[in-house]
Design a protein around this ligand. Structure first.
Ligand code: ZN
Ligand code: ZN
Ligand code: ZN
Length: 385
């Protein structure tokens, strides 16, 4: 590790990520592949074709925008500024799932896929049954996937040192049984008591090895569900977005630039008409170092996916001094702009903590609710409880 360390922060927050050297705004703090990642179930069902291991989309930006807009004639200028390498696509010899490269195929098979490789066309297979049950419980917008949990169990099972693998997974969770139950309740909603039993039974049919057993007890399974719900980092990849970022970097005349901007606006308009805002290949993953970064409503770093796959990058958004805690925001841009009251409510519901970041502390003396918009937002939140 260079420039950062994971250590205990103040008593309440547990572990945190701290800088050991100075970072300027825009500096890359770290890059990391996840221990395990997985595309969301509905996202895959909606033909967001991606590498089964690294989630790299298996289409060019042009194919992507044509599919999402249902306009097969769109031609993207400067299409060679994004490398798609589709000629490297390969598949599992047994189940035919697709990989972006031989390297991903080998890595997946060696770490978890061998245990859960199955005939995806078999409707009676335990994994098909589990996946269908999950999709009936967890509709888009998706926040996690039962297959991430299954891959974790397969990863432990297939590890040359399963005890060590299990302990690496357990490092992600530091909660009580009651807290786990509360988080799972939030994740699955009102039906949770019967649903979690169903999911546990169906999962036990899929991964049954001896080292998975401790995670298949009612408490162990609940803890693993809470773990993927809170520690799973969302991953989003989009060939179209990569193309847009790349063409914005090109040098061109003001006139050309203006035309390109108009063209890009029009593309997004077409896409939105056909596909709404459901545009990215989406999934989630467990990152050993990045997941140690705590939340702040005034973060000094952000998580990015610059390679269009599951490799994460943590980038400084402000200057960071040695000894500073490196924090990201668990809330999206929009939630971050809301009042302290709204932010605290969302964090308490989804992550079970009270935020005392510098922004929240500074706003602690302000009235609880500051705008009508916040009031109606709160109503929305209450409605889906
Ligand atoms: Zn891949
Ligand atoms: Zn396979
Ligand atoms: Zn805060």
């Amino acid at each position: 590790m260079d420039g950062f360390e994971v250590r205990t922060s103040n008593s309440k927050k547990g572990k945190g990520l701290f800088a050991t050297k100075k970072f300027d705004q825009g500096d890359i703090i770290l890059e990391e592949d996840p221990l395990i990642s997985c595309q969301f179930a509905w996202n895959a069902a909606y033909r967001y074709l991606a590498c089964d291991h690294c989630m790299k989309p298996l289409e060019t930006p042009e194919q992507n925008v044509r599919r999402l807009s249902c306009k097969p004639d769109i031609v993207l200028p400067h299409s060679n500024c994004v490398e798609s390498n589709l000629e490297c696509i390969t598949s599992c010899d047994q189940c035919a799932v697709l990989y972006c490269s031989e390297a991903c195929k080998q890595k997946a098979f060696a770490t978890y896929h061998q245990t859960i490789c199955y005939d995806t066309s078999n409707a009676q297979h335990p994994i098909t049954i589990l996946l269908e049950a999950w999709k009936q419980m967890h509709y888009p917008p998706e926040t996690t996937s039962i297959m991430l949990l299954v891959r974790i169990l397969a990863f432990i099972q297939q590890s040359p040192d399963p005890v060590d693998a299990a302990s690496r997974i357990k490092q992600f969770c530091h909660r009580t049984v009651n807290e786990d139950a509360e988080l799972v309740h939030k994740l699955l909603g009102e039906q949770f008591a019967s649903q979690i039993g169903t999911l546990r039974d169906l999962t036990a049919n899929v991964v049954s090895g001896e080292h998975a057993q401790e995670f298949l007890t009612p408490e162990g399974f609940c803890s693993l569900m809470a773990l993927i719900g809170t520690n799973g980092q969302g991953i989003g990849t989009s060939p179209l977005a990569m193309w847009v970022n790349a063409v914005l970097e090109l040098t061109m005349s003001d006139d050309e630039r203006q035309q390109l901007d108009l063209f890009i606006d029009k593309l997004y308009q077409y896409v939105e008409e056909e596909s709404g805002t459901f545009l990215n290949t989406e999934g989630s993953g467990l990152y050993q170092v990045q997941s140690a970064s705590n939340h702040s409503c005034a973060p000094n770093a952000e998580s990015l996916f610059p390679y269009g796959n599951h490799r994460i990058q943590l980038k400084a958004t402000k200057p960071i001094m040695p000894g500073d805690e490196i924090c990201i925001s668990y809330l999206d841009e929009c939630s971050l702009q809301r009042s302290r009251h709204s932010r605290q409510k969302e964090l308490a519901q989804n992550y079970l903590f009270v935020c005392w970041c510098e922004k929240c502390s500074a706003q602690a003396t302000e009235p609880d609710c500051t705008s009508e918009e916040d009031m109606s937002d709160d109503d929305d939140v209450d409605a889906d409880d």
